[in-house]
Ligand binder design. Sequence first.
Ligand code: FES
Length: 195
Amino acid sequence: MKSSHPEVASSVEVKSAEDHPPRRSFLVKAAALLVAGVTATVPLFIAFGNVLSPLFRRSKTAAPTEETSYFVGKTGGLIPGGPPQILQVIGTKKDAWTTYPGIALGSVLVRLDDEGQIVCLNARCTHLGCTVGYQSTENRLYCPCHAASFSLNGERFNQTPPRNLDRLDAEIRNGDEIWVRFQNFRSGTEEQIPV
Ligand code: FES
């Protein structure tokens, strides 16, 4: 019931006014802390994300493009139907943060078939990744690591490797320059998976 006495009413109002400021003050401080916390941590999250983002970027596994063509050597030593030459592919490698120019990306076996068409194979063994070479005594391609062997076109002769050697697109430019669209593939799988 409402008091009709002016002194009682005044005393109630004074007590209420003393109670509320601390609560309001606490809420204001909490809100300020929250805003300050968000303001401080958002840039940290952005910076952290920028640093780590290369890790989550998809590696370059798409089909080779024009930019992944590499000059590997000249046709001088090749004769139609003759043995392959092993040539190194020098290019630029990128990991998450760093670019390494002028390093060996791999090797290719290049030859001319009987019609003079260029045949190019990635020399990386499809078994476990050793380098395959030409074995002249058998006129075949041979991997010394676990004795996988292949025809000059890359077909496997035994079941040690899970698939044939990986064939790569190559072309001759400017008369005698061999250019290869180089790509490495995962070893040890039946499926050809770019890496
Ligand atoms: S790595 Fe070539 S046969 Fe094993």
